[in-house]
Design a protein around this ligand. Sequence first.
Ligand code: PEP
Ligand code: MN
Length: 336
Amino acid sequence: MLILMTQGATRAQIQTVCEAIRHAGFTPHEIPGSTRTAIGITGNQGPLAPELFSNLEGVSECVPVSKPYKLVSREVKPESTVVDVGGAKIGDGSLAIIAGPCSVESYDQVMKAAEAVAASGAKFFRGGAYKPRTSPYQFQGLKSEGLRLLEKVRDRFGLKIVSEVKDTESLDEVAAAIDVLQVGARNMQNFSLIEALGRQRKPVLLKRGVSATITEWLMAAEYLLSLGNYNVIMCERGIRTFETMTRNTFDLAATVMIRHHSHLPVIADPSHGVGIDWAVPPMAMASVAAGVDGVMVEVHPDPRRALSDGQQSLTCEAYTKLAADLNALHAWRQRI
Ligand code: PEP
Ligand code: MN
């Protein structure tokens, strides 16, 4: 259920409602809006009787929430969420470009990629230090050493760092080093990891699971919000279908569904979505045309020598052109 407070509701009235919710054995979630505050309720197994709260002072309406996900839904919070990553915003109408190599491999590699990313005007750099790989014989990432290299990128270029957190064991170490914690597709339903990420406050970039429905993906985000972390960015990265010509089936429609049903920002990752370097730019452009809040692309100074995902990585030159095109398209889209 969602409790809508009146426009002039006082802090004391809001607190009394939250107290009544706790007293009934549930959890209140205060959601400030531009005109009035809403309070979401979680922890109830079935529908709640509106009379429980409708007579309290300052309460305007008690609205049942029809979806299985509540705190992530636009029903509960009509205004789009803006995730603020140390001043760089995602979801505020700007286009967030997150670019960098699949894996952090060396000082030279990250610095060359970061130079192109910073020069393009992008504010976010990506790179995996802890890499979950399909095969145990593939490169598993530079781990702590990789995090140190990402810190050097931030110090030199002022870029915000996005990197994957693979498990609960490395969470504190990764969270201390970087700005946005990426949950990989393989971990979207790793609930011990998701719960640990919900209990901390660093922004989380939640990739869609390889075979996850949009509702399952939203439910994974719901875990994060229900534990108090509202700094969540959704990332569509393609799903497994019968198609084999592309690495995954890039489900651009999912980004439109997320924007409609949820207030959380949504970004597209066409690199993993299609898995082929030349197919990435058109799909990145299509994503911006469809209205995403950001695009994540893999960039490598020498894709042929990449230790992971070279086949889908753009060269610095191809990235530079794409970033300019994306920004131009985004500017045009804002005018229409
Ligand atoms: C990645 O971003 O490099 C990655 C491993 O992505 P995904 O979890 O979407 O496969
Ligand atoms: Mn990758």
